[in-house]
Design a protein around this ligand. Structure first.
Ligand code: NAI
Length: 240
């Protein structure tokens, strides 16, 4: 089902092989766009590229292939992410760098690599998946929350810088979405009792990857052209 009549675009979705990114890729495809997935473990879907978002040379090489195979990129969704759980005093600088590298520096590299063609075209949509933990802070995730807070700040700054060029930049911080990342954290005992979190969530359920995809699809659409620099929480009302 195509929800919109927008012009078809080429959309690059990082982290598009799993969880939230996968649902975003599927939803943007249903909306008529052509999808390129950049992921460490890209899977078998067409136009899936093995890319580490911390590796600028790998990003540039994959983008060249996207240009050759699909054309110019109009939509970029940064969903690749890596969580981390450690008491602050136990976080080594290597731990810190690893988490910040993927969650913040990866977003920097992707946006800097893709923006010039959006500016040339006078049209672009960038949506960054941050985290609802940035609203509240989260114990044992100081490196992750710092990186994701950086993503929110980057979003706001780039919205101001590139609004005049026709490029909107927004962030969607998800909260408590049922994905492989969340289930792995649960298995490691990092989330406590999931039922208690559901009780503390006003809409009384976990989020689905499709809940995030719906918000991203809207922000990526033509009709969202007056919306930029926004942090649109999708979290069932918790952590807002
Ligand atoms: P996931 O683990 O299911 O998917 C993440 C994807 O990113 C995987 O396919 C993985 O291979 C890819 N990836 C990881 N490091 C990469 C790298 N260096 N380069 C390229 N790809 C890489 O996780 P999920 O839950 O779908 O998370 C998606 C985004 O949403 C992440 O940025 C995460 O931090 C964020 N998020 C998720 C929440 C949740 O409740 N699941 C809550 C808040 C934020």
């Amino acid at each position: 089902m195509s929800a919109r009549n927008d012009a078809p675009r080429v959309a690059v979705v990082t982290g598009g092989a799993s969880g939230i990114g996968k649902a975003i890729a599927e939803r943007l495809a249903a909306d008529g766009h052509q999808i390129a997935v950049f992921d460490l473990n890209p899977g078998e879907a067409p136009h899936s590229y093995a890319v580490d978002v911390t590796d600028r040379a790998a990003i540039d090489a994959a983008l060249q292939r996207v240009h050759d195979e699909l054309g110019q990129v109009g939509i970029l969704v940064n969903a690749a992410g890596l969580d981390g759980f450690k008491p602050f005093l136990k976080i080594s600088f290597e731990d810190w760098q690893k988490v910040v590298n993927v969650n913040l520096h990866g977003v920097f590299h992707m946006i800097q690599a893709v923006l010039p063609e959006m500016v040339d075209a006078g049209w672009g949509r960038i949506v960054n998946i941050s985290s609802s933990s940035t609203h509240s802070g989260t114990p044992y995730m100081s490196h992750y929350v710092s990186a994701k807070s950086g993503v929110n700040g980057l979003t706001k700054s780039l919205a101001l810088e590139f609004g005049p060029s026709g490029v909107t930049v927004n962030a969607v911080p998800p909260g408590f979405i049922d994905t492989p990342m969340l289930r792995k954290a649960e298995e490691r005992g990092m989330l406590g009792d999931i039922n208690k979190t559901i009780e503390a969530t006003p809409v009384r359920r976990m989020g689905k990857p499709e809940d995030i995809a719906a918000a991203v699809a809207f922000l990526a659409s033509e009709e969202a052209s007056y919306i930029t620099g926004q942090i649109l929480g999708v979290n069932g009302g918790r952590n807002t």
